[in-house]
Design a protein around this ligand. Structure first.
Ligand SMILES: [Mn+2]
Length: 317
C-alpha cells in the first residue's frame, strides 16, 4: 500500500509518495502475424506476453500498472481478439491505468475514444483511462498526454505532476520525422514515461528522468528491433529505483523475424542504391530516374528511395 511520507519532496524524485508500480507500452495486439515475423503461433505468443506482464506485476508486488498507449494495433480489431484480451485482463487483479495511443483512436482524434476497442475495456472496468485531466493514482499526481502531432507540451511538464505519461514521438536523438528530442524538454516533473517510439531509452534532462521501456511488440524488421528485448519498467518511488524486467517468453530477435527475407531485401536495396550512385544527376528530375530504376524492385523500393531523398533534403535544407 502507499502512504505519504512527510518532508520528502527532494527535487528530481517522487519520493513523497511511497508506491511501486509497473509501466509498459505499445502492445499493438493484433490477430494476424506481421509480415516481417515467422512465429508459428503469433496470437498465443502475444497473449503469453500479456500474461507475463501481469505475472511480473504480481511477483514484484506493484500497487498498480501504467500503460503508455497503443493497446491494440488497430482501432477496431476483430471481436475474437478483443474477447481474448478481455479474458486475459479479467484475470489481472492489479489496477490498470492507461493513456490512449494513436492506434487507440480513430484518425488520431481523441473525441473518437468511446468508439474503440480500447474503450470496450474501459467500459468493462478492466482499464482506467488516464484522461487529459490530472489523475490521482494511489497518491501520485499522474497526467497523460495522448498522441498529438504538434509536440507542443512543455507547458504540461512545468506543472507539479509526479509522473507524466506521453504517447508522442519523444526521442533521444534526432529522427527524420516529426518529433521532440529529450534535450528540448523543459520540465519540473520528476518522471516522464514515454510510449509511441518503439525503441527503449533512458535519459535525464535537468532533474527529470525520461524513460521508454520500448514497445512490447517487435514489428519492424530493422536492426534495432532485432537486437531489442521486450521489457517492462518497475518503479519504486520511495527508493527512487528504476529497473527493467525482460520478458522471458519473448524469443531473440533473430528467431522471430524472417531473417532470410531481410537479407534479400537488404541486398536488393543495396544494389539499387549503388546503381543510383552511378547515375549522373544533373538537370533531369531525380524522382523520374528513381521510378525508372525502381521498376524491377517494385513500389517499396521506389518509396524508400523517395523517402531517403526527402530526408536528405530535410537534413541539408
Ligand atoms: Mn503509437
Amino acid at each position: 500500500m502507499w502512504k505519504r511520507v512527510r518532508g520528502r519532496t527532494d527535487k528530481g524524485t517522487i519520493r513523497k509518495v511511497q508506491v511501486k508500480f509497473l509501466y509498459f507500452t505499445d502492445s499493438h495486439l493484433r490477430l494476424s502475424r506481421p509480415t516481417s515475423r515467422i512465429d508459428e503461433d503469433f496470437l498465443e505468443l502475444e497473449f503469453n506476453k500479456l500474461r507475463e506482464v501481469f505475472a511480473i506485476a504480481e511477483k514484484e508486488s506493484v500497487t498498480f500498472i501504467l500503460f503508455g498507449g497503443d493497446l491494440f494495433d488497430r482501432v477496431k480489431p476483430e471481436f475474437k481478439l478483443v474477447n481474448a484480451v478481455v479474458a486475459i485482463f479479467k484475470k489481472n487483479i492489479i489496477p490498470f491505468y492507461a493513456v490512449a495511443g494513436n492506434h487507440d483512436l480513430v484518425g488520431y482524434q481523441l473525441k473518437t475514444i468511446e468508439n474503440t476497442a480500447f474503450w470496450n475495456l474501459v467500459e468493462a472496468g478492466l482499464i482506467t483511462y488516464i484522461s487529459e485531466e490530472e489523475d490521482n493514482i494511489f497518491g501520485l499526481k499522474v497526467k497523460g498526454i495522448p498522441f498529438s502531432s504538434t509536440h507542443d507540451f512543455n507547458y504540461v511538464f512545468e506543472k507539479p505532476y509526479d509522473v507524466v505519461i506521453s504517447h508522442n514521438m519523444i526521442v533521444p536523438t534526432v529522427v527524420p520525422f516529426s518529433h521532440m528530442t529529450v534535450q528540448n524538454i523543459k520540465s519540473n516533473v520528476p518522471l516522464i514515461l514515454c510510449g509511441h517510439y518503439h525503441s527503449s531509452f533512458t535519459a535525464k534532462v535537468g532533474e527529470t528522468k525520461v524513460i521508454n521501456p520500448g514497445a512490447l511488440l517487435r514489428m519492424d524488421a530493422i536492426e534495432s528491433e532485432i537486437q531489442r528485448s521486450p521489457q517492462v519498467l518497475i518503479v519504486d518511488t520511495l527508493a527512487n529505483k528504476f529497473k527493467f524486467v525482460k520478458l522471458t517468453c519473448a524469443q531473440e530477435g533473430i528467431k522471430v523475424f524472417d531473417m532470410a527475407k531481410i537479407q534479400t531485401v537488404a541486398e536488393s536495396y543495396s544494389r539499387f542504391f549503388s546503381s543510383l550512385d552511378s547515375v549522373k544527376m544533373r538537370s533531369f528530375v531525380i524522382s523520374d530516374v528513381i521510378k525508372q530504376l525502381g521498376i524491377e524492385l517494385g513500389q517499396d523500393a521506389i518509396n524508400e528511395a523517395l523517402k531517403r531523398i526527402g530526408e536528405a533534403e530535410t537534413n541539408y535544407a
